[in-house]
Design a protein around this ligand. Structure first.
Ligand code: ITT
Ligand code: NA
Length: 183
């Protein structure tokens, strides 16, 4: 089967293609959709999935994700996309200057919906630490400032990141649910 993934983010798409490679063809729908001004990524993903399924008239997934930094009380969280484009990684590092507690989590919520149906969401969380400087040339977005068990994510291959990431957890839950449904 072909899975339509509505996203403008090439990094998310690359990871989804690798995660689903033995199961589905992944087709990108490179378009934006209305994002609710909400703290809860699940609500944003559910709303987006329903909107896309109904407007494209096909079943789709969307994914809403973000970085939540403990010392910044969860910032940038739901504003991750905007903050990445404005402050960028250097801006986050600046806010974290002199801060010792560096725990942070990535969250990923996959929203699935078929036309006229209710949306379903799947959440994945990945704990790590904010580095003191940008490291590595791999990944995308906040990856160069995030490390998992002392391993900089900017130095991981897509396959290595896909073994352990938030996106692995959300996408695999979706995959197993979807496959059990079409059987
Ligand atoms: P969409 O078209 O799919 O919405 P987007 O980039 O706007 O793409 P989001 O609204 O979900 O995506 O915003 C998430 C932000 O967090 C965005 O800046 C991403 O680059 C970043 N992000 C998400 N997952 C990440 C990951 O695995 N590694 C690094 N940064 C990530
Ligand atoms: Na977005």
């Amino acid at each position: 089967p072909t899975l339509y993934f509505v996203t403008t983010n090439a990094g998310k798409l690359r990871e989804a293609k690798d995660l689903f490679k033995d199961y589905f063809e992944v087709e990108q729908v490179n378009t934006t959709y209305p994002e609710l001004q909400e703290d809860d990524l699940s609500k944003i993903a559910a709303y987006g999935a329903r909107y896309c399924a109904d407007s494209l008239n096909r079943e789709v997934i969307v994914e809403d994700s973000g970085l939540f930094v403990d010392a910044l009380k969860g910032f940038p969280g739901p504003y991750s996309s905007f903050v990445q484009k404005t402050l960028g990684n250097k801006g986050i590092l600046k806010l974290m200057e002199g801060v010792e507690g560096r725990r942070a989590e990535f969250r990923s919520v996959v929203g699935y919906c078929a036309p006229g149906e209710e949306p379903t969401t799947f959440t994945g969380i990945w704990w790590g630490d904010i580095l003191h400087q940008e490291t590595g040339t791999g990944g995308f977005g906040y990856d160069p400032i995030f490390s998992y068990r002392k391993f900089p994510v900017g130095e991981m291959t897509v396959e290595q990141k896909n073994e352990v990431s938030h996106r692995r957890r959300s996408m695999i839950q979706f995959r197993d649910w979807y496959l059990s449904r079409i059987k």
